[in-house]
Design a binder for this molecule. Structure first.
Ligand SMILES: [Mg+2]
Length: 188
């Protein structure tokens, strides 16, 4: 954990110009996954979607998706093929993996030996899909985990700026993640 924070800060400093671009360029951001223009992404050459879980598909700690996000994922499966969709979460717990294998059997959950911002999970996806890095898109709500991993793996990314939250259900952890996101966005 401590090593990962050290790594994140060192790499964030080295890649600060790229991170600043994701923090400021509105074309590299999106409020929520459900607002992503899938056809446009495809036209731009995106072939593989890599989705973060917490904040991006559901609020922190949830195992299931809301009907709204489920619908969006079904739409994703019509535009992209199932074998080109991946979930790359730092918390790939069994309940979530089972939920996906039941509801969205084609979508693969990647369990990397090193968590984001280490690029390992994305490099694994590049090996699996044999796609050019720029045609792979990481979608994440954190600059210092998912977006940094994308920068380090040379893949494209979108920063989700209005992640799903559940302040009434988990006020402490939501507050914690809100302060992390705010801090990340203030320093770049
Ligand atoms: Mg997240």
């Amino acid at each position: 954990m401590i090593y990962r924070i050290g790594y994140a800060l060192t790499m964030a400093f080295r890649q600060r110009l790229s991170l600043r671009r994701y923090n400021r360029d509105l074309t590299l951001q999106c409020n929520s996954v459900v607002e992503l223009d899938l056809h446009r992404l495809k036209k731009q050459g995106i072939k593989v979607l890599v989705l973060d879980f917490d904040g991006v598909l559901a609020s922190h700690g949830e195992a299931k998706l809301t009907p709204n996000v489920e619908n969006w994922l079904s739409k994703c499966l019509q535009v992209f093929e199932a074998e080109t969709l991946f979930i790359l979460s730092n918390k790939p717990n069994l309940v979530r993996i089972q939920y996906f294998s039941t509801h969205f059997p084609g979508i693969r959950f990647i369990v990397a030996s090193k968590k984001k911002p280490y690029p390992d999970g994305l490099l694994q996806i590049l090996r699996l899909t044999r796609r050019a890095p720029e045609s792979v898109l990481m979608i994440d709500d954190r600059l210092l985990t998912g977006v940094l991993a994308a920068v380090l793996a040379n893949v494209s990314a979108r920063l989700i700026t209005k992640p799903f939250t559940a302040f009434n259900k988990r006020p402490i952890s939501e507050l914690f993640y809100l302060s992390l996101r705010t801090f990340e966005r203030l320093i770049f």
